[in-house]
Design a protein around this ligand. Structure first.
Ligand SMILES: C[S@@+](CC[C@H](N)C(=O)[O-])C[C@H]1O[C@@H](n2cnc3c(N)ncnc32)[C@H](O)[C@@H]1O
Length: 238
């Protein structure tokens, strides 16, 4: 019997820059001058808010071939569904959000800020496509972020999807990738993590679990940091 949030699809909900800052322990000042990719960015306002602060963020998601109105029509029912379900679950800590109503305000602020920016940025800073492929050059980004798609939705994406997505993310990343959370909606570490670490096709990659002080979904107070430890072509440590 499941204890956590049960979803039959990936929901269209977005987080603000403030929430990204906490989930990924980001120092926004240190991001200036870097090229950052937000994979599966959806209706998050991270890209909009960061670019307003002079930080170069590109957002990537499968919804970015839709119009702003179509996206709004899809995200509002998802917001209703999740905010109604989440208050009674034992798999969340409410220190930060306090209540489903305040959580909803964060999510509304995120998608409204996103929609305002999306009108001017569609096709430039908002790039459409679908994992496990990314339409970017090798090593194009200093930092790649993935929030609330991989690991947490392990019921909906199989091991091969995770593996191919991570290899592709690391292909376009010259610095590091950060993934959050690494637990499922049942608040247990994804079964894929240990398998990925042991997979010979991933041996050129480093995996580090970095502690944070942010925990809404229980046991999610860390992100996964991935780096390239060995150049794939040369087989030498870097
Ligand atoms: C729960 S939302 C997370 C949004 C954002 N990262 C955040 O944390 O605020 C998940 C997003 O993943 C996107 N998505 C689902 N499957 C995808 C795929 N194969 N490739 C790219 N994006 C995908 C959805 O469209 C949705 O916007």
């Amino acid at each position: 019997m499941k204890q956590g949030l049960v979803l039959d699809k990936v929901v269209l909900l977005g987080r603000t820059l403030e929430e990204y800052r906490r989930c990924f322990a980001l120092d926004v000042e240190k991001l200036r001058g870097k090229a950052i990719l937000d994979v599966a960015a959806g209706v998050s306002s991270f890209c909009a808010e960061a670019n307003r602060l002079g930080v170069n963020v590109t957002a990537f998601d499968s919804i970015y071939d839709l119009s702003g109105d179509e996206i709004r029509r899809r995200c509002e029912p998802d917001l209703d569904q999740v905010t109604q379900a989440i208050g009674n679950l034992k798999t969340y800590r409410w220190d930060f959000y306090q209540s489903p109503e305040l959580l909803r305000r964060f999510r509304e602020r995120a998608y409204r800020t996103f929609l305002d920016d999306y009108r001017s940025g569609q096709g430039t800073r908002y790039v459409s496509g679908r994992l496990p492929k990314l339409p970017f050059r090798d090593g194009q980004f200093d930092l790649t972020l993935v929030s609330y798609l991989l690991f947490v939705y392990e019921d909906q994406f199989d091991y091969e999807f995770h593996k191919r997505s991570l290899l592709e993310i690391m292909r376009v990343t010259r610095g590091e990738a950060r993934l959050y959370p690494v637990v499922t909606f049942e608040a247990r570490q994804s079964q894929y993590l240990d398998r990925l670490k042991a997979d010979p096709d991933m041996r050129h990659l480093g995996f580090e679990q970095v502690q944070t002080d942010f925990e809404f979904l229980l046991n999610s107070n860390y992100y996964l940091r991935m780096t390239m430890t060995v150049r794939r072509d040369e087989g030498t440590a870097v």
